[in-house]
Every structure is written in structure tokens, then in C-alpha cells.
Ligand binder design. Structure first.
Ligand code: SF4
Ligand code: SF4
Length: 141
């Protein structure tokens, strides 16, 4: 959508509403009315949906997702080892990628965690049962 808007308007529309861009401009050129938008976004994230901007709007996250899809590293989930107590989701910065650990959600006995995963591997350290492990493409399961 932002690509189409950029082509149609000849203007980087995303940069106008991006909180990162707005904050950067505020630091360099001084605060402006656009900071109200950043405050509204913050309130929405605090009270309704954590990281909603990153998850649903920001195209940078989508770009990282493409990188994630081609990454040689991934996290693999093994259902039989899982207690479903969700310690992994508590440390994950994008916990929606770990929905598969919730009881009844896994689509198979072994599941690769999705492209939105940032490969920080905090969940692997946090998992008490070894249900999550680091995989390297081309090496065994
Ligand atoms: S921390 Fe490990 S055992 Fe616990 S829910 Fe996550 S994957 Fe399952
Ligand atoms: S590697 Fe990091 S981002 Fe990926 S699922 Fe684990 S904690 Fe979340």
C-alpha cells in the first residue's frame, strides 16, 4: 500500500506517518504537531495492542520478514516436548510468532517458527524442556 501511495503521490507517505521518522525530525528540527500522532500510537499500543504499529502497519517489518524467510537459521518447535506454559512467549519480542506453542494450535509434531521471528533465540534459552531449538538449513532435523 505504501509503495502504491508513493508511486501515485510521488511522495514518501510512509515517512510522514512513521513514528521513527517523526521522532527523528523532532530531534533534529524541533517538536511539531506530528508528535500528537506518535503519542496516540503509544497510547493505542499501551492500552489495546502491543507493537501494533510494527505488526500491522510498518512496511519495514514486512521487509525484515522477507529476510527472515530466506535466513539460514530458524527456530524449530517440537510439540511432544512442550508443557504449553508459554515461558517462551514471555521473552519473545514478537510473541505472535509463537502462537503455535499454545495448546491445540500446533499444525504438526514439528513446526518451524515463522518469518517474523527475529532470530534472537531468547525463546530457546527460556524453554525449560528443549521444545525449541536452533536449526540451520541443510543440517539434520
Ligand atoms: S517455553 Fe518451551 S515448553 Fe514452555 S510453552 Fe514454550 S516451547 Fe513449550
Ligand atoms: S527467536 Fe526470538 S523472535 Fe524468534 S520466536 Fe524466539 S524469542 Fe521470538
Amino acid at each position: 500500500m505504501f509503495v502504491i501511495l508513493a508511486v501515485v503521490t510521488g511522495y514518501t507517505v510512509f515517512e510522514t506517518i512513521s513514528p521513527t521518522g517523526i521522532l527523528s525530525r523532532a530531534l533534529i528540527y524541533g517538536p511539531g504537531v506530528a508528535l500528537i500522532w506518535v503519542a496516540l500510537l503509544l497510547l493505542f499500543e499501551i492500552f489495546f495492542s502491543r507493537r501494533a504499529w510494527c505488526r500491522y502497519a510498518c512496511p519495514i517489518g514486512l521487509t525484515y520478514g522477507i529476510v527472515g524467510a530466506t535466513s539460514p537459521f530458524s527456530v524449530r518447535y517440537k510439540l511432544p516436548n512442550c508443557f504449553h506454559e508459554a515461558e517462551c512467549r514471555k521473552v519473545c519480542l514478537v510473541p505472535h510468532v509463537l502462537d503455535t506453542v499454545l495448546k491445540g494450535r500446533a499444525q504438526g509434531m514439528e513446526v518451524d517458527i515463522g518469518a517474523d521471528c527475529t532470530r534472537c533465540f531468547r525463546c530457546v534459552d527460556a524453554c525449560p524442556t528443549g521444545a525449541l531449538s536452533i536449526q540451520y538449513k541443510g543440517l539434520g532435523k
